[in-house]
Design a protein around this ligand. Structure first.
Ligand SMILES: [Mg+2]
Length: 423
């Protein structure tokens, strides 16, 4: 399944991170110039941030918190200028909308708090969310400053997706203090539509069996890609809902290639792959569990983590050369071990490597373990030059095997094939 992640009223939520007293109050972000990034048409802009490495939580102590920035929107003669770029849900309850003038908004809600935009803060938060998502999902595509698509196929079983995205939503809130909504569906277009109905701070998964009942009653203008003119055209032939659009395939398709594509998107008949624009520097997996003493069970869990991580590495098509395993024990003790190895990646070898790392890292054998993490970094290209030539032919064969295993898992799920050591 594909997922779509969207930050709820992003700029307002960002302002609340800086100044938590804005929480639960009607508030909005004003803008005077440079507003093109705020409107819907700007969503095609690429937001391309270099990945600065691993995710680090930040405290925004450097930003000054003020109650209201309305003065910033007054011109010389004290007249309020500017429009709203984002408003909180509390403000929306007063009928306040994006692109409304600040003056108009203040008439609807006189106690509305107006904050000035802070682009560098938005970029920083967007970047951090991207990094965070990359640590949780192998394929992440950034669609705009506050929107991401992810591909969960083969990574999370369909039946586990509602729990996975719900957990992800709470993790993001906890780690980054950002409220997001997440939609999941077979295609990215339907996932995005699902997000709209998950807001605010919610999750929605569209299963195959509830596809029709979800899609059909929705008004055409609520589907991304149906603008004012397309809406007018559809309404003119008595098409008001996505259900009626789906029933009128011939009519819609006769309008040309754009309408044809639209028909397919609405019906879940077309999809586009998730494209990572991001230079990933590392990938890892970790799990926290109830204190566990049994070393055999711990080793089995290392095999399971290794298999999942191997799947992600193959999906990313990278060759990591630095491997890191860390163990968290109860009594607040920690231990970790690194290995550097410039060889072709194969799952079997990776699995043995993880086992070796675990055996050497497990220095506190009297303690119970509460968390296992494996991380892989320093990716290299698949070139003979950079990699060790010792046993190259054998490795090439194993690499081919790992690739075949990958193909099967992408088709049948990550649990379709396991090494015997894990059983
Ligand atoms: Mg948003």
């Amino acid at each position: 399944m594909k997922i779509h992640i969207d930050i709820d009223c992003f700029f307002a939520s960002a302002a609340r991170i800086v100044d938590p007293s804005l929480e639960h109050k009607p508030m909005a972000i004003g803008g005077r110039s440079d507003t093109k990034i705020f409107n819907k048409e700007a969503k095609n802009q690429t937001v391309n941030f270099e990945n600065s490495g691993s995710f680090v939580p930040t405290f925004y102590k450097t930003y000054e918190a003020k109650d209201d920035d309305i003065d910033a929107f007054k011109d010389k003669d004290g007249k309020i200028r500017g429009i709203l770029t984002t408003s909180s849900y509390e403000a929306r309850a007063f009928g306040i909308k994006t692109a409304m003038t600040i003056r108009e908004a203040l008439q609807l809600c006189p106690h509305l708090i107006i904050k000035a935009p802070n682009m560098s803060l938005y970029q920083e938060l967007s970047h951090k969310l991207h990094d965070f998502l990359s640590t949780r999902i192998p394929l992440i595509e950034q669609a705009s400053i506050d929107e991401f698509y992810g591909d969960l196929s083969g990574w999370v079983e369909d039946e586990d997706i509602p729990a996975f995205i719900d957990n992800l939503r709470h993790e993001i809130k906890k780690e980054l203090l950002l409220p997001v909504s997440i939609g999941a569906a077979k295609t990215r277009y339907i996932a995005k539509l699902a997000t709209t109905y998950a807001k605010p701070f919610g999750c929605k998964t569209i299963e195959t069996h509830d596809f029709d009942s979800f899609i059909n009653p929705i008004k055409v203008e609520n589907f991304a890609g149906i603008g004012k003119s397309m809406k007018a055209r559809l309404n003119a032939v008595q098409i008001h809902t996505l259900g009626s659009l789906r029933e009128r395939r011939g009519t819609v398709e006769s309008w040309g290639p754009y309408a044809k594509e639209l028909y397919k998107r609405v019906s879940g008949l077309t999809d586009a792959p998730i494209v990572t624009t991001h230079k990933r520097k590392s990938i890892g997996i970790s799990r926290t569990f109830d204190p566990l003493f049994d070393r055999n069970e711990l080793k089995r869990r290392v095999h399971v983590l290794a298999r999942h991580l191997s799947f992600a590495i193959m999906k990313l098509d990278v060759i990591p050369t630095v491997f890191h395993l860390s163990i968290a024990y109860d009594m607040n003790q920690k231990s970790h071990k690194n290995i550097s190895l410039a060889e072709i990646f194969t799952e079997k070898k990776f699995d043995s490597l993880c086992m070796e790392l675990f055996n050497t890292a497990d220095t506190q054998k009297r303690l119970q373990v509460i968390r296992l993490s494996i991380n892989c970094s320093s990716f290299t290209r698949d070139s003979k030059k950079e990699l060790s030539l010792i046993g190259f032919d054998e490795e090439q064969k194993m690499h081919t095997l790992t690739k075949s295993v990958q193909t099967l898992r992408q088709r049948y799920g990550i649990d379709a094939l396991k090494f015997a050591s894990e059983m």
